[in-house]
Design a protein around this ligand. Structure first.
Ligand code: TYD
Length: 225
């Protein structure tokens, strides 16, 4: 069946859009599986905890290998079986994040090497569609900062963010890092226009969800389902 991913810098609204897409697919009667990266299996969630824990100092190469290890397990244990069972698989981040964050952000610079590593890690699995939510760096920064403001009693946050009181290890990487990552995502979208669709992350939640849904319906039609 079809495999779709959502990418963008932290704060671009990916997780919200992934949830919206999963809801719409379920409402349309589709059998759907949702994963977030890093995560989705017991091992990958454990690796996620290490990667985001600011008590660990992790060098760029081990960081790359840990993200890759989490992904290899997720692909084998969950994504391939789900696709083989005819499900639609939605993933919040996939290997484009590794190219942008570790390859370019951390400066493990050889793009050919990263791209063959990614292919090896996923056994050549490529998303049928990737939506890149693109935001100007200042706006992404503003949205990230908002995650850590004290909540008013009437406010609620998505469950995955409910216990966050301070930036995680990745979010402590600094503005220059995020600028490189955002540029890398835009470059990836320009290099693979048949797969990666760049969307303006400043659009409203509903406008983005509608655009992603229209595209998904087309993909499902083309896949003959
Ligand atoms: P995520 O849970 O999507 O965080 P956020 O909701 O803040 O965007 O991703 C966790 C962090 O891991 C995020 O900072 C991006 C980073 N990351 C990488 O650096 N490389 C990767 O390959 C992946 C999948 C994520």
């Amino acid at each position: 069946m079809i495999f779709v991913t959502i990418e963008g810098v932290d704060g671009a609204g990916k997780s919200t859009q992934a949830r919206q897409l999963v809801n719409r697919l379920e409402d349309a009667g589709r059998d759907v599986e949702f994963f977030r990266e890093p995560g989705g299996t017991r091992l990958s969630e454990r690796i996620r905890t290490i990667l985001l824990d600011s008590d660990f100092a992790i060098d760029p190469l081990p960081e790359l290998l840990l993200f890759s290890a989490a992904r290899a397990q997720l692909v084998e244990e969950c994504i391939r079986p789900a696709l083989a069972a005819g499900k639609v698989v939605v993933c919040d981040r996939f290997y484009d994040s590794t190219t942008a964050y570790q390859g370019v952000g951390r400066g493990i610079a050889d793009p050919d090497w990263i791209s063959s590593l990614n292919a090896r890690v996923t056994g050549g699995l490529r998303p049928d569609r990737t939506w890149l939510l693109s935001l100007p760096p200042e706006e992404a920064l503003r949205r990230r900062a908002q995650r850590f403001l004290p909540l008013l009693p009437s406010e609620s946050v998505p469950p995955e963010q409910a216990l966050r009181t301070e930036p995680d290890r990745m979010e402590q990487s600094g503005q220059a890092f995020y600028d490189r990552v955002a540029q890398a995502f835009d470059d990836l979208a320009a290099a693979e226009p048949d797969r990666i669709v760049r969307l303006d992350g400043a659009l409203s939640e509903d406008e983005l969800a509608d655009a992603i849904w229209r595209d998904t319906e087309d993909l499902l039609k083309k896949a003959g389902t």
